[in-house]
Write a new protein. Structure first.
Length: 347
C-alpha cells in the first residue's frame, strides 16, 4: 500500500498519462521522471491537436491526439490522466473528461489551467492535492475514502495471513491429491489476469482442469452458458475428478489468499478478468477495473454462476464500487461462507 499526493494508491506503481505538448507538459513529465519509475511511471502523452504530433516528449512516447485517448485508456493501464495544457485547446473536453471519469480513472489538472475550465468539466468529486510534488486539482467519479482503504488493507493483511497459516495443512493435502489424480500437470494454475486499472498480475489457483485446458477452451467456446465475454460451462469436460469437488466449494480459490497478502487482490472486490475478457467489455463495464479485484463480491453471494447475464454481473460489481464500505465488505464476507458451504451456483 502506498500513500501518495492523490490519495491512497492501493498497490503498485501509479501509471500517469499526460495530456499536453507545450512547456508545461514537458516540465511535468521531466518532474515525474526525476522521481523515478519505482514511484510513478509516465506511460505516454496525448497532444491536444493533430496538427503536429511528435514521436516523443521528454523520451515519453506520444500516443496520438485526443481522439486516441478514449481507446488508449480502455485497453491500457492508466491510473490518472493529467491535463498539462490550456483546457480550451482540448477538443471535446467535456466528452473526454466524462469518458475518463466513467471508467473510474482520476483526472488531474494543473491549477493554472483548471481556472479556465468553467462549465466545460462534468460533475465530479473535486479536491486539491499534491501528486508526487506537483500541485493539482483532482476530479474523481468515486469519492475518495482514505480511512476505508487503510482499514480494508489492514483487514486483508490480517485475515489472509491467518488463513494461509491455518489452511496450510489443507493446501498440502489438496496438492497431494491433485498430483496423484492428474500427475501430468502442476499443482497450481498460474492465473494471468488484470488488476486495478488494467494492470496485469499472476495469481494462483489449485489446478482443477487438464493441463491443456486453455487450448481446449477455444474448441468449447460455442458451448458457453454465460451471456457475455466470460466463459462458463456447467459440465465442463476439462475438469479433472477432484477439480469438481474443489470448484463446487471454491476450495480451488484458496491460494488467492497469497495474492491478497501481496496486495494484488483484496478479500472483497470484483473478480479479476483475463485480458481477453476485458478487451470484450462494453465501455461502461470497464469501470469494474477501477478498484482492486477480490476473491468474493456481490456476484458470489447472489448466485454465482446461476447469474447467466454478464451485464447483471457487471451491474452488481458497479453497485459494490459505488457503495463500498468496511461494513459492506464485512457483510459480503459473512455471506460468502454459507454460500460456499452450500456449493450453490458453482461450476
Amino acid at each position: 500500500m502506498r500513500i501518495t499526493g492523490f490519495g491512497i494508491y492501493q498497490h503498485g506503481t501509479p501509471y500517469i498519462l499526460v495530456v499536453g505538448s507545450g512547456d508545461s507538459a514537458s516540465d511535468l513529465i521531466a518532474h515525474f521522471q526525476g522521481i523515478g519509475r519505482d514511484t510513478c511511471t509516465v506511460v505516454g502523452c496525448i497532444v491536444p491537436t493533430s496538427s503536429t504530433i511528435p514521436a516523443t516528449i521528454e523520451n515519453v512516447p506520444v500516443i496520438g491526439c485526443t481522439g486516441a485517448l478514449r481507446d488508449y485508456i480502455f485497453y491500457n493501464a492508466v491510473d490518472i490522466v493529467v491535463f498539462a495544457c490550456p483546457l480550451d485547446s482540448v477538443p471535446g473536453l467535456t466528452e473526454l473528461a466524462t469518458s475518463i471519469l466513467e471508467m473510474g480513472i482520476q483526472i488531474g489538472i494543473l491549477p493554472e489551467f483548471y481556472r479556465q475550465a468553467g462549465a466545460n468539466l462534468p460533475a465530479a468529486h473535486i479536491s486539491t492535492d499534491d501528486v508526487f510534488g506537483a500541485p493539482m486539482v483532482l476530479l474523481a467519479s468515486i469519492s475518495p475514502k482514505r480511512s476505508y482503504l487503510v482499514a480494508k488493507r489492514l483487514l486483508d493483511i490480517i485475515l489472509s495471513a491467518i488463513g494461509l497459516l491455518l489452511l496450510s495443512p489443507l493446501f498440502l493435502l489438496f496438492a497431494l491429491i491433485i498430483k496423484l489424480t492428474s500427475p501430468d500437470g502442476p499443482v497450481f494454475y498460474p492465473w494471468r489476469v488484470l488488476g486495478t486499472n488494467h494492470k496485469p498480475f499472476v495469481g494462483y489457483k489449485f489446478r482443477t482442469m487438464v493441463p491443456d485446458a486453455d487450448r481446449l477452451k477455444q474448441e468449447l467456446a460455442h458451448l458457453n452458458e454465460m451471456e457475455g465475454p466470460v466463459f462458463k460451462m456447467q459440465s465442463d469436460p476439462r475438469i479433472i475428478p477432484v477439480g469438481r469437488f474443489l470448484r463446487k466449494y471454491s476450495l480451488d480459490e484458496l491460494p488467492q489468499l497469497y495474492s491478497v497478502l501481496k496486495g494484488d487482490m483484496s478479500l472483497v472486490g470484483p473478480r479479476p478478468p483475463s485480458r481477453e475478457e476485458a478487451d470484450q467489455y462494453e465501455f461502461w463495464q470497464r469501470r469494474k477495473l477501477c478498484v482492486k479485484p477480490g476473491i468474493t463480491c456481490l456476484w458470489q453471494v447472489n448466485g454465482r454462476n446461476e447469474i447467466k447475464s454478464f451485464d447483471e454481473w457487471a451491474r452488481l460489481d458497479l453497485e459494490y464500487i459505488e457503495k463500498a464500505s468496511l461494513w459492506l465488505d464485512l457483510k459480503i464476507l459473512g455471506r460468502t461462507i454459507p454460500a460456499v458451504l452450500r456449493g450453490k451456483g458453482a461450476c
